[in-house]
Design a protein around this ligand. Structure first.
Ligand SMILES: CC(=O)[C@@H](O)[C@H](O)COP(=O)(O)O
Ligand SMILES: NCC(=O)COP(=O)(O)O
Length: 246
């Protein structure tokens, strides 16, 4: 099987830092610790309300040598401009609502207005790999391909949040969507709500080449430390992928 990258989302290191208004804990330091522990990249979601990650964090992460940055962003003129200046390795365009606690679902790539296509074109022209965060729905995957995205990130939240007994059909849906992405020539990523247990089923899907995991990992780090949490996630991915490092 192809290798599966682990991109660690450090948004909630910034949530903790911002709770006291100071500099600690620092998301850039956390990113370095994750990479040292075996992560392949770092994900951040610069929300329009800057509730956790801030512009300065993104600028510093973008300047870190050897850091593969996956920049999650809403399809707005402001965010596209920031990404064009930053030129991260990858951007993932996500839907965003000001009042939500976290991203609530996939983007409507089919019903989006013309700006989504313009955003994809501008980011790709800046040399950035562009993914759209979508539900595991073949129509959305086809729409992402038609818009010129190079990748989709499948929303795993519904699967990850379901009781164990109900996960089978939800995982099958993810599997079918990943196969569809592969048929259309799109790289397939997956993320949202994954933990040590639920990542295994996703890692077993051969088309999935990257998972991004944040909230659970940063929470697990409270108990185990960040290096152990990242190593534990790597081990869970390897187990799901079928043995070896992954
Ligand atoms: C796109 C996605 O599923 C997550 O990355 C989410 O956008 C993270 O945002 P929060 O860290 O604000 O929950
Ligand atoms: N794209 C998903 C992500 O970055 C992390 O999501 P979560 O693990 O914080 O739910």
């Amino acid at each position: 099987m192809t290798p599966l990258r682990l991109s660690v989302n450090v948004d909630h290191v910034a949530t903790l830092r911002n709770a006291r208004g100071g500099r600690f804990p620092c998301p850039v330091e956390a990113a370095r610790a994750c990479l040292a522990a075996g992560a392949d990249g770092i994900t951040v979601h610069l929300r329009e309300d800057r509730r956790h990650i801030r512009d300065e964090d993104v600028r510093r992460l973008g300047a870190e040598p050897g850091l593969r940055l996956n920049f999650e962003m809403a399809a707005t003129g402001e965010m596209v401009g920031i990404a064009e200046g930053l030129r991260p390795a990858a951007c993932c365009i996500v839907p965003e609502k000001r009042a939500e606690l976290t991203t609530e679902g996939g983007l409507d790539a089919r019903g989006a207005g013309p700006f989504l296509g313009e955003a994809v074109r501008r980011l790709a022209a800046a040399g950035i790999e562009v993914a759209l965060f979508v539900e595991p729905d073949p129509a959305q995957i086809a729409a992402a391909a038609a818009l010129g995205a190079q990748a989709v990130e499948l929303h795993t939240g519904t699967y990850a949040d379901a009781p164990e007994a109900a996960r089978g059909p939800l995982l099958a849906r993810l599997r079918m969507a990943a196969a569809e992405a592969g048929r259309l020539g799109l790289a397939c990523h997956a993320g949202h709500g994954l933990d040590f247990e639920t990542v295994r089923g996703v890692a077993a899907i051969p088309e999935v080449v990257e998972v991004s995991i944040g909230h659970f990992l940063i929470g697990a780090a409270v108990f185990q430390g960040l290096p152990a949490a990242v190593s534990g996630m790597r081990a869970a991915i390897a187990a799901g992928r079928g043995g070896g490092r992954n």
